[in-house]
Design a protein. Structure first.
Length: 115
């Protein structure tokens, strides 16, 4: 059973930055699709960004393009999300996801953007 553990959430002011990290219990293998999703209160979970391991191919939600960057660290075995110029509408619980024979999810990390 793959385990995903997110970290890095917190409270930040508008315009600030946070870096989320997802530690994966198994070695990241090329072609795995890993992503970050978020869910705000009353909303459905939505894709923020994903990456195909080993390919460099990424996809971003329109709302975060130019502000967020997804990346992988093969030494630490993590998938990270650098979030810059955060806005109140980015407030949500952020989840790490691995799509393989099934969907694997982490427990989530809360991001609150407020002055």
């Amino acid at each position: 059973q793959v385990r995903l553990v997110e970290s890095g959430g917190g409270l930040v002011q508008p315009g600030g930055s946070l870096r989320l990290s997802c530690a994966v219990s198994e070695k990241l293998v090329d072609s795995y699709l890993m992503g970050w999703y978020r869910q705000a209160p009353g909303n459905e979970r939505e894709l923020v960004a994903n990456i195909i391991i080993g390919s460099g191919i990424t996809k971003y939600a329109d709302s975060v393009k130019g502000r967020f960057t997804i990346s992988t660290d093969s030494v630490k075995n993590t998938v990270d999300l650098q979030m810059n110029n955060l806005q109140p509408e980015d407030t949500a619980v952020y989840y790490c996801n691995l799509k393989r024979e099934m969907n694997y999810w982490g427990q989530g990390t809360r991001v609150t953007v407020s002055s």
